[in-house]
Design a binder for this molecule. Structure first.
Ligand code: SAH
Ligand code: SF4
Ligand code: F3S
Length: 448
């Protein structure tokens, strides 16, 4: 059976899609492009209205394509699947499987059954009491590049930030057994992974539920970092309120823990942070930044920011801009607040108008571009090591360019024609030029 997966949303979805593709392939199914596929699988994101709407527009487009062939069907997985559930069957009759966020492990069996039973439909939407392990197939690197892998360490989130739908669509926080995390990491390194990113909505609270067997996140980091052959360890996402001194210390102690941290600030205004239910303030965030930079000089900080949260004033917004400058974020993801069904902020007033929110977003992104440029320009002239992810989009007709990342996660494009394929290799590079969002490097040594 030929299948095609379309993925929206965060790295957890990317990781789930990668697993599902491999699980189906291990059963003899084949990945195909749009035209040839018999089964379309949408792995969806519900965090803002836009990605949710995108799901309906993709399904609308598929409907026209599928009408020609009644044997072809679609499955919807991920956060919109959990949110809308069996409602998809009414709106899109060719959707025959709705698989919620805790049921991904059941999707291969369900898809096989649906392929054999053209009249059947299934909705798998139950949350499970524990982290759901997925046995087959064996893990392997590859979502980002041949030497990089994601490893889930927890499911769900208990924070209920006022704007956020994630706790509703991903369920309660459940940590994975540390033994299972380590086993997966070891297998991945044996299979060529040099970089592992540990994933969870709120990794700093790993182990605070019963699933972690009393192992803290800092301890988990130490155990994973000790795996021989693992060159780079990253993790995402951190919540500032749970970032404890032991994790900060780990940045100073663990050489292969990369010098970068994504630490979502959301807003620079204490009043807005309070209404968001984030449970930290500016002073606490700045204190964390100071401690982190003391533990690991040069640590690169990136963040998430929301503009136009209900009640946000020009002054509140000014405080966000001010924090951006104080911290000097290398880059940020910034979003206009978007009302989500059922979340606390949906009932908060006054809403900020679309025009004001758009203007604030523009303003913020312009400032970020300047901050990013400053950070990148500071790197020019230094030497670093780049882990190559694949060929670069930048090609100028001469030597081929390769795209990779430095230890802090900055994108570096390197001209290098010496070898057929540099993907997965680490190369020493001299940084020679800063572009808007990336660096240009020249090879400074042989690949290793
Ligand atoms: N668990 C992570 C990320 C969650 S979703 C964390 O706590 O940081 C990723 C980002 O989407 C959030 O950090 C937030 O900036 C943004 N986001 C979430 N809900 C949103 C909403 N309703 N409107 C706009 N942005 C939102
Ligand atoms: Fe959403 Fe907050 Fe949980 Fe992040 S920590 S997933 S923003 S509720
Ligand atoms: Fe989106 Fe779900 Fe991830 S809402 S951001 S795909 S957890």
């Amino acid at each position: 059976m030929k299948f095609h997966i379309i993925t929206f949303g965060c790295q957890m979805n990317a990781n789930d899609s990668d697993w599902l593709a491999r699980a189906l392939e291990s059963r003899g199914w084949e990945q195909a492009d749009d035209e040839a596929a018999r089964v379309f699988i949408l792995n969806t994101c519900s965090v803002r209205e836009k990605p949710e709407q995108k799901v309906y527009s993709v399904l609308g487009r598929l409907e026209r394509h599928l009408r020609r062939d009644p044997g072809v069907f679609a499955a919807v997985g991920g956060c919109v699947a959990q949110q809308i559930g069996a409602g998809f069957f009414e709106r899109f009759p060719f959707v025959r499987l709705v698989v919620g966020t805790d049921a991904v492990a059941l999707a291969p069996d369900a898809l096989e059954r649906l392929a054999a039973e053209p009249e059947t439909r299934l909705a798998l939407l139950d949350f499970l009491p524990h982290f759901s392990e997925r046995a087959e197939p064996e893990p392997r690197p590859g979502v980002m590049g041949p030497a990089q892998a994601f490893v889930n360490i927890m499911q769900g989130c208990d924070n209920f930030c006022a704007y956020c739908i994630v706790p509703y669509v991903r369920g309660r926080q459940r940590s994975r057994r540390p033994g299972a995390v380590l086993e997966e990491c070891r297998t991945l390194v044996e299979r060529g992974a040099r970089e592992i990113t540990l994933l969870g909505q709120n990794v700093n609270s790993f182990g605070l539920d019963s699933g972690g067997e009393g192992v803290s996140f800092a301890e988990l980091l130490r155990r994973v970092a000790a795996i021989p052959g693992l060159e780079r360890l990253r993790f995402t996402t951190s919540h500032p309120k749970d970032l404890d001194p032991d994790v900060i210390r780990a940045f100073g102690e663990l050489e292969n823990l990369c010098p970068s941290l994504h630490l979502p600030l959301q807003s620079g205004s204490d009043a807005v942070l309070r209404r968001m239910g984030r449970r930290y303030d500016r002073a606490r965030y700045l204190d964390l930044v100071e401690q982190l930079r003391a533990a690991r000089p040069g640590l690169a900080l990136t963040t998430d920011l929301i503009v136009g949260f209900p009640g946000e004033t020009d002054e509140d917004f000014g405080r966000t801009l001010e924090m951006m400058g104080l911290v000097g974020f290398e880059s940020s993801f910034s979003f206009k607040y978007s009302d989500r069904p059922g979340v606390a902020a949906a009932r908060m007033e006054p809403k900020v108008s679309e025009e004001v929110a758009s203007a604030r977003l523009d303003h913020l992104q312009n400032l970020q571009n300047t901050l990013t440029k400053d950070c990148l320009e500071k790197c020019v002239g230094s030497e670093t090591v780049v882990l190559i992810e694949g060929p670069s989009r930048k090609q100028d007709g001469g030597e081929p360019f390769w795209r990779g990342r430095d230890p802090a996660g900055r994108t570096v494009n390197v001209a290098h024609g010496g070898e057929a394929d540099l993907s997965g290799k680490m190369i020493s590079v001299r940084l020679v030029e800063a572009k808007k969002h990336s660096l240009i490097g020249e090879k400074a040594g042989a690949p290793w």
